[in-house]
Design a protein around this ligand. Structure first.
Ligand code: ADE
Length: 360
């Protein structure tokens, strides 16, 4: 345990300066304007492994289309996945959808009311349950995500890879403010995201500097080296079919659904893969990073007559109007490529949102 923070008075000081800092520096984020446990739950699931800047627009669109747990539970999974496009880690969306069914079936739409009960939902672990319960219900439970762990390690002077595991939760639980646990937890996460940065901590502006054992000396392990990987995809376009004749107004693209049996992005739609990565003769090259892999994606035009150039992955293929493709659950890479083919924006389907639109 960090010795200097065992003292109750020091703990009270830490809470005070952190909450004061948060009240002045907190970002104005859409999920901070509600105490609705469903809305907070959605935001916390989206924020796992995903930067705030990426989440904001996706969250707004998602909440616009699924403003209640009933709206989410009654939607087809493909639509939920389409609105998740660009956030990655699609398993989160499937689990959220599954959990929405459970909330509607078991609780008639009422969210579980404590951290312990929230943990019984699919995809809700200790971290998400603590975040939702502290923010929505004011339950005094501590949130420990990667950012918070880094802040606590530095304050306590623990080696990031050391044997502090069992003390971390104890330390966090001791610090959390029992009167304003939601604000306190968000302040810790915010401090980790904005000030106590992994490689360049901003100690001069840190409200916890006077309580911190390391003040910039703490080393965070370097990021895993990224690797480049070249892949080839086919852009197979044909004039839109209108009955037996071709419609000059618009084109169709050939898409393939990833089999449900694959572990990565099952059920999502993508451009068919080429048997070989093209060497020259490409329509475009797109870069797309997933975790520590930088994909260099060579996209080649393929005519309808040369479909033998495509790798058979076993998923169903379908011709889709370019205008309609954005409404499908596309992989992020396919959405990116199609956005460069016509005016399809690289975000998910656009939702016209009326403020306060009811959608029970
Ligand atoms: N990361 C995850 N949840 C967060 C929240 N509520 N505020 C700031 N950062 C977060």
């Amino acid at each position: 345990m960090a010795k200097m923070l065992v003292d109750k008075e020091r703990v009270a000081q830490v809470r005070g300066v952190l909450l004061e800092w948060y009240s002045r520096h907190r970002r104005d984020l859409p999920w901070r304007q509600t105490r609705d446990p469903y809305a907070i739950w959605v935001s916390e699931i989206m924020l796992q492994q995903t930067r705030v800047a990426v989440v904001v627009d996706r969250y707004r669109e998602f909440m616009c289309r699924f403003p209640t747990v009933f709206a989410l539970a009654s939607a087809p999974e493909q639509e939920v996945l389409a609105l998740w496009s660009g956030l990655g880690y699609y398993r989160r969306a499937r689990m959220l959808h599954k959990a929405a069914h459970a909330v509607v079936a078991a609780g008639k739409g009422k969210m579980p009311g404590t951290a312990a009960e929230l943990r019984s939902l699919p995809g809700v672990g200790t971290y998400t349950a603590a975040a939702v319960a502290s923010i929505a219900y004011n339950e005094p439970v501590a949130v420990v995500d990667g950012n918070v762990e880094r802040v606590l390690c530095r304050v306590a002077g623990w080696d990031a890879n050391g044997e502090h595991g069992r003390y971390m939760d104890e330390f966090a639980a001791r610090l959390v403010d029992p009167d304003r646990p939601g604000d306190f937890n968000q302040a810790m996460m915010e401090l980790g995201a904005m000030v106590c940065l992994p490689r360049s901590p901003q100690c001069l502006v840190c409200p916890l500097a006077e309580f911190c054992k390391t003040r910039g000396e703490h080393k965070t392990a370097p990021r895993a080296r990224s690797v480049n990987r070249e892949v080839g995809y086919a852009l197979c376009l044909r004039p839109r079919q209108n009955g037996a004749s071709a419609d000059p107004d618009g084109a169709e693209v050939l898409l393939e659904q990833r089999p449900q049996t694959v572990s990565v992005m099952p059920g999502l739609w993508e451009l068919p893969s080429l048997l070989e990565v093209p060497n020259g003769d490409t329509r475009m090259t797109v870069r797309h990073a997933i975790m520590n892999v930088n994909y260099i994606v060579r996209v080649r035009d393929v005519q309808e007559t040369e479909l033998a150039a495509l790798a058979a992955k076993g998923g169903q293929r379908r011709w889709v109007r370019l205008d309609d493709a954005r409404g499908l659950a596309l992989t992020g890479l396919t959405r990116k490529v199609l956005s460069r083919v016509n005016s399809t924006p690289s975000g998910p389907p656009h939702i016209e949102c009326q403020p306060n639109a009811a959608d029970g």
